[in-house]
Design a protein around this ligand. Structure first.
Ligand SMILES: *Cc1c(COP(=O)(O)O)cnc(C)c1O
Length: 384
């Protein structure tokens, strides 16, 4: 059976992986080496130097590419290093149209780093394609979508943006971090590049910082592999091993994240102190139908606001939580809570953030894989 023929669960455990040729070790060894012996100059076994090529990293790249139904995969030292590699495909004067409620670190890199090198960014709502299409001109080269978005869980129609990208010969990049490859495969919907912060659901144990790009086009692969080697933002073999170990249970974890997420979303929606729950699984979510069509589940990420919208009420809730830990990040086995207005979105002026739904009382949850009764009991006592 080829990697392509396997179901997701089987790929997660086997795709791209072989017992070690030297010893038969079942688990991919951590090739903690910078260089490789050459019997004669230029004669080697495919490995010369670990920035260019490393067996542990190669195994991870093949495995993760298979999970995105991609021909090619490239791993980077962080999610933001993978974002940076995409931007280096462009030249001064090129323009990028991006969703306006994207990950804050991507926004910071676009506006504070790449804008200084002549790239021009436009940020717009992407609930429909019209606003983005109106911004396209002869300099436009790339569309940047992120779905679901953070922290208000908006859904962007990847299929519709892929058609727009094809029509205008643009590269469509989809940040698939929140969904994970288990819930959504943007290349199958027409995206050119899938970007991941492996740090989150893919590695899944809050112990690795890593990024990934998955793609099908051979020329794009050549260009991005050149950037990966020339810029050098590569992950180390130990981190690649940890990511591979995490991936083996990605499907099991995502199933539980989805189950627990749905139960908590419904619990919160029925709680008298809760004003609004942002979760794409509700029929009342403005893009529920798109989410249902392009995702295999709704995941474990959600946000909710409190009646009265008081900052001190949100602080009281997050400080009383015992199982949910107050922390940045998401996608690990443990449940986390965050307060976007003072944590991830603190640098955005109040009037601007409130326009996108990031109000004073908004609390974001990354629902983990603990027992659902304990998670609900924790929220109940914190909201009491
Ligand atoms: C965390 C995150 C990133 C950045 O990834 P790092 O691994 O932290 O560099 C990019 N996009 C999204 C949606 C994220 O959640």
């Amino acid at each position: 059976m080829t990697d392509q023929e396997m179901k997701f669960e089987t790929k997660a455990i086997h795709a791209g992986l072989e017992p070690d040729s030297a010893t038969g070790a079942i688990m991919t060894p951590i090739y903690q080496t910078s260089t490789y012996a050459q019997p004669l100059p230029g004669v080697h076994k495919g490995y010369e130097y670990s920035r260019s090529n490393n067996p542990t990293r190669n195994a991870l790249q093949k495995n993760l590419a298979a999970l995105e139904n991609a021909k090619h995969g490239l791993a980077f030292g962080s999610g933001l290093a993978a974002v940076d590699a995409c931007m280096r495909l462009l030249k001064p004067g090129d323009e990028i149209i991006s969703t306006n409620d994207l990950y804050g670190g991507s926004y910071r890199q676009f506006t504070k780093v790449h804008a200084n090198y002549g790239l021009k960014f436009h940020f717009t709502g992407m609930q429909t394609i019209e606003a983005a299409e109106a911004l396209i001109n002869q300099n436009t080269k790339m569309l940047w979508v992120e779905t679901p978005t953070n922290p208000t869980l908006n859904i962007i129609n990847i299929d519709a943006f892929a058609a727009l990208a094809k029509k205008h010969h643009l590269i469509l990049v989809a940040d698939n971090t929140f969904a994970s490859p288990y819930l959504q495969n943007p290349l199958d919907l027409g995206a050119d590049i899938v970007m991941h912060s492996v740090t989150k659901y893919i590695a899944g144990h809050s112990d690795v910082i890593m990024g990934f790009l998955a793609l099908n086009d051979d020329q794009l692969r050549q260009d991005l592999a050149f950037i990966q080697n020339s810029v050098g933002a590569v992950p180390g073999p130990m981190d690649c091993f940890l990511a591979l170990r995490g991936i083996k249970t990605l499907h099991l974890r995502m199933q539980r994240h989805c189950e627990n997420g749905a139960a908590i979303a419904h619990f919160l929606a029925n709680h008298p102190k809760v004003e609004k729950v942002f979760w794409p699984g509700f029929e009342s979510h403005p893009n529920h139908e798109v989410a249902k069509a392009q995702m295999r589940g709704f995941g474990g990420m959600m946000s909710f606001s409190l009646k009265g919208d008081k900052l001190e009420d949100a602080f009281s809730v997050v400080s009383k939580l015992r199982i949910f830990t107050l922390a940045e990040s998401l996608g690990g086995v443990e449940s986390l809570a965050g307060h976007p207005a003072t944590m991830t979105h603190a640098s955005i002026p109040k009037a601007d953030r409130e326009k996108t739904g990031v109000t004073d009382s908004l609390i974001r949850l990354s629902v983990g894989v603990e027992h659902i009764d304990d998670l609900i009991a924790d929220l109940k006592q914190a909201l009491a």
